[in-house]
Ligand binder design. Structure first.
Ligand code: GLP
Length: 235
């Protein structure tokens, strides 16, 4: 595991964006696993800047997002599909057919989960997985549990996760109860993992995740077992 400590949010975003840029430049047809939440926004802003300068080309890149709220169509301003369009995809030359995000409003959620697993397998797996971490140690929407859920699945969101994300929705009762998330298997099979962590309030959970016991009660703790994990952190 490599831990890079940075001075501030801008520095964290830039250093993490550098790692993603290197991946795209060296392997233009990379499959990037992407994340949402407030933490990666600065990374996407930086990638767009480098794209505008002509330093990056997304034309052969494929992306697979980690998760999506159940019940929200891609056009909903709270959907993760919308978030990705707003923060990254609309600004770069990624091909629409190379963008993959679970359909939160799929009529058959179980079918959608297995479709998503197969899709990522057919792409050859994830080359670089970007992750944030929730206050309870969740990655994607893999919430604390009695066992690690391996496959893409539908999850009942914890109250604390819904409360944390209610700032985007305006009110807690607007936050969907469920989400689809990629499971631990495809995350751990990613060839590289880049975990970005911002804020003093994440210090304790990060400490537990990186140096505590590996337990499904802290889903991010499984990352200790990954052979190529980089953590970019700022407080
Ligand atoms: C959401 C996302 C996660 C993200 C987490 C932390 O629940 N599903 O992928 O890591 O929030 O978000 P933030 O970066 O806003 O703290």
């Amino acid at each position: 595991m490599k831990i890079i400590t940075t001075k501030n949010y801008y520095d964290m975003s830039r250093k993490a964006a550098n790692i993603i840029s290197a991946q795209i430049i060296l392997y233009p047809n990379s499959v990037l696993g992407l994340a949402t939440g407030s933490t990666p926004i600065g990374i996407y802003t930086q990638l767009v800047k480098w794209y505008d300068k002509g330093d990056l080309d997304f034309s052969d890149v494929s992306t697979v997002n980690l998760d999506e709220y159940c019940g929200l169509p891609p056009s909903d301003s709270q959907s993760y599909r919308y978030f990705m369009q707003k923060n990254l995809f609309q600004f770069v030359n990624i091909k629409a057919e190379h963008i993959h995000i679970p359909y939160g409003n799929a009529p058959d959620i179980e079918k959608e989960c297995s479709r998503y697993d197969h899709l990522i397998e057919n792409l050859g797996g994830i080359d670089l997985q970007l992750l944030g971490i929730g206050h309870n140690g969740h990655i994607g929407f893999n919430e604390p549990n009695i066992a690690f859920e391996k496959m893409t699945h539908c999850i009942e969101l914890n109250q604390s996760t819904r409360e944390a994300n209610s700032k985007y929705f305006g009110a807690l009762d607007q936050v969907p109860q469920k989400a689809i998330t990629v499971g631990i298997r495809l995350i751990m099979q990613a060839r590289k993992i880049l975990l970005v962590v911002n804020g003093k309030d994440k210090k304790a959970i990060l400490e537990q995740a990186l140096f505590g016991p590996v337990t499904p009660e802290v889903p991010a703790s499984i990352l200790q077992m990954h052979p190529n994990l980089t953590v970019v952190v700022c407080d």
